[in-house]
Design a protein around this ligand. Structure first.
Ligand SMILES: NC(=O)c1ccc[n+]([C@@H]2O[C@H](COP(=O)([O-])OP(=O)(O)OC[C@H]3O[C@@H](n4cnc5c(N)ncnc54)[C@H](OP(=O)(O)O)[C@@H]3O)[C@@H](O)[C@H]2O)c1
Ligand SMILES: [Zn+2]
Length: 345
């Protein structure tokens, strides 16, 4: 099959489009999926550069998100059959620890995510645990079905399970160009929240308004805390979605109303941020950290997508052989929404 692999860690030039042996089922609980599309996530850039601190066997296929058609199933598989169109739930655990036994694979100490410690989706075929195959929400193309799982499951856990976002609440989402941020905008608007977004680009702020954002703040030109406070009559917002961190972190905490919640899943601009602890206890703040989500949450998300008819925001689609250009677009921060790879015809 054709796939994009890295043989060593480094820049985009390390991505090699080449012939690779097709994956074969090794356990009776697995399935092989012929991929029609894959999507990029920021973590792919870190995996490519070898910056996650994880041991990865090289050569390695990147890619956590994918959608396609089931072409082979193990003897014990009953949730899908050959010919089914599926999207992929990215994480899987050891299946035996206290977390895996309670549908919390995302907390497993042996957590394996597609494209990280497992060969991923930048390929014509991928082998996965069959229980990670889910029916594609109606009307979604393969590109859209590949674009939503990782960012939307992360956002679902952050906003719905953890922050328990309510209609009418005020939400501030940082760096709206990103995949997580655009997913958060879509979910928050559908819930009926009032959404303020930040971006380093006026063009992206305009795009966000077309997608329902109520206010946009350019973080390069102004202090988003001051603006968010001004927009809320000094009260502050109920929820901040901050996967940027760095210098934004202290400003995110300062943007919250009393009793506000901050949700975080990433630190694109730096993980070593300053915190004024007094702000947390004086203002009764809650900080929720999370990574991905459970299969139950993924099922809730699928129902929500069916009912709301939400489709993920796609920035640009590249053919698999142009994966390096797709990585460059994400690395340069040009995207608004998801960068997707089209695989096969
Ligand atoms: N733990 C998890 O489960 C999980 C899941 C998904 C993602 N993540 C993490 O979450 C982060 C976002 O992921 P993603 O896939 O959405 O990334 P992405 O698509 O590459 O988006 C990154 C966005 O961050 C914004 N940004 C960068 N520097 C900024 C700054 N100094 N201030 C404000 N915004 C800034 C940019 O927004 P503008 O272009 O609008 O300025 C950019 O579009 C990454 O760190 C990723 O590793 C974690
Ligand atoms: Zn486990």
């Amino acid at each position: 099959m054709r796939a994009v692999r890295i043989h060593e860690f480094g820049g985009v030039e390390k991505l090699r489009y080449e012939e690779v042996e097709e994956p074969k089922i090794s356990f009776s609980t697995e399935a092989v999926v012929q991929l029609k599309a894959a999507a990029l996530n920021r973590i792919d850039l870190l995996n490519r550069a070898g910056l996650t601190g994880m041991e990865v066997a090289l050569p390695h296929i990147l890619g956590a998100d994918g959608a396609g058609i089931v072409v082979e199933i193990g003897a014990q598989v009953s949730n899908v059959k050959k010919g089914d169109a599926v999207c992929l739930f990215p994480p899987s655990g050891c299946g035996q620890c206290e977390f895996c036994l309670t549908d919390r694979d995302f907390m497993c100490v042996h957590l394996r995510v597609l494209g990280e410690r497992l060969n991923g989706t930048y390929a014509e075929y991928v082998k996965v645990p069959a229980r990670n195959c889910f029916p594609i929400p109606p009307e979604l193309s393969f590109e859209e079905a590949a674009a939503f799982p990782l960012v939307f499951i992360t956002v679902w856990r952050m906003l719905i399970t953890n922050a328990q976002l309510k209609p009418g609440e005020l939400v501030l989402i940082l760096g709206i160009g990103g995949g997580v941020a655009t997913a958060a905008l879509q979910v928050a608007k559908q819930i009926g929240a009032h959404v303020i977004v930040t971006s380093g680009s006026d063009e992206k702020l305009d795009l966000a308004k077309n997608w329902g954002a109520d206010h946009g703040i350019n973080y390069r030109r102004s202090d988003f805390t001051k603006e968010a406070r001004a927009l809320t009559a000094k009260r502050g917002v109920d929820v901040v979605v901050d996967c940027v961190a760095g210098e934004s972190w202290a400003k995110s905490l300062a943007s919250l109303a009393k009793g506000g919640r901050l949700v975080t899943c990433g630190a694109t601009a730096g993980a070593d941020a300053q915190t004024d602890i007094r702000r947390i206890f004086w203002n009764h703040l809650k900080i929720f950290g999370s990574t991905l989500g459970s299969r139950e949450e993924f099922c809730q998300l699928l129902s929500f997508m069916r009912a709301s008819q939400i489709r993920p925001i796609i920035d640009q689609v590249f053919p698999l052989e142009e994966t390096a250009s797709a990585h460059r677009r994400l690395e340069e921060g040009k995207q608004f929404g998801k960068v997707v790879l089209q695989i096969g015809e």
